[in-house]
Design a protein around this ligand. Structure first.
Ligand code: ZN
Length: 294
């Protein structure tokens, strides 16, 4: 990660999300911009952000936005998809077959398809309400006899409010990521409102009232409905981000598209430069582009 930070320091202007958007919207300032702009955003609220990323952000003096699911932080509960992963990883045989959305999960399937069970069940559960998700988790936990503790194991644990306060005082903007990390695309209007405003109120109560950004859980088009966008806007959030990239970029402040950080060095370069600029740099013999790193 430090190699990426060092590369960004040399080649990019790393701005807070608010500053990046106002710079992009003010076309005149872009003309004078010496380096391209990058804004760092990180989702969920896991503790490893505080332990690994925050020290580097301070060292390089980079601002960032950290989106947290407020029940995950405040109540020390599992994010539901982590709980499912833990149950699958820690289960043996299942005591009876069960059916989820037409697919039967029998003993044989459960035993032989561990690697894809999580992905498969998460994709189904993303289309469920919060109560349905929790009921299914309880059912799977009972059938598999894998009983997770009330609070998550260390690898799935969250930051604390005091760590968030410390980060907020040191250049990290703390944003909203709902209360429970359910997809907002499949909840009722009442539930969407409760997830968005409940998250906002909890952030304000613990960290003080200020302008904040929002991030849609799962962040795919099906998770970002017009209802969800308007609830986020009505709740007073400044912007909202998706978890995919398209050519709309920042055109819609309430579904700003994002690049993932990439799974290797080439993926990272492709994300921060964009494929067109990266290709032009690779082809330009006079460019200072570091071939060895690709
Ligand atoms: Zn998330």
């Amino acid at each position: 990660m430090e190699k990426q930070f060092s590369y960004l320091k040399e080649n990019f202007e790393v701005l807070s999300l608010s500053d990046a958007i106002s710079q992009c919207e003010s076309s005149s300032s872009l003309v004078f911009q010496k380096k391209p702009i990058v804004s760092l955003t990180i989702d969920d609220g896991y503790r490893d952000f505080y332990e690994i990323c925050f020290p580097l952000l301070k060292k390089y003096q980079f601002p960032a936005t950290f989106y947290v699911a407020t029940d995950f932080v405040g109540q020390g509960i599992w994010l539901w998809h982590d709980k499912l992963k833990w149950i699958i990883d820690n289960s043996g045989d299942i005591s009876e077959s069960f059916v989820v959305e037409g697919r039967e999960y029998n003993q044989e399937y459960w035993r032989d398809n561990k690697a894809k069970l999580w992905r498969e069940l998460v994709s189904v559960m993303l289309r469920m309400s919060g109560d349905e998700i929790e009921d299914l988790l309880d059912r799977i936990s009972f059938i598999t006899k894998a009983q997770p503790c009330t609070s998550p194991v260390p690898e799935y644990s969250s930051v604390s409010w005091s760590e968030l306060r410390e980060m907020q005082d040191n250049g990290v903007s703390i944003g909203g990521h709902t209360k429970s990390h359910y997809s907002l695309g499949h909840l009722s209007e009442v539930e969407v409102k409760a997830q968005v405003t409940g998250c906002r109120d909890h952030l304000n109560q613990e960290l003080g009232r200020q302008s904040r950004h929002f991030c849609f859980p799962n962040g795919q088009p099906a998770d970002i409905t017009e209802l969800a966008k308007s609830e986020v806007q009505n709740a007073g959030f400044e912007t909202a981000v998706a978890a995919y990239y398209d050519r709309n970029g920042i055109n819609d402040r309430f579904s700003i598209s994002r690049h993932g950080v990439g799974e290797n060095w080439f993926g990272f370069l492709k994300s921060i430069w964009g494929i067109d600029r990266l290709g032009a740099q690779i082809l330009d013999r006079n460019s200072k582009f570091d071939w060895g790193q690709v």
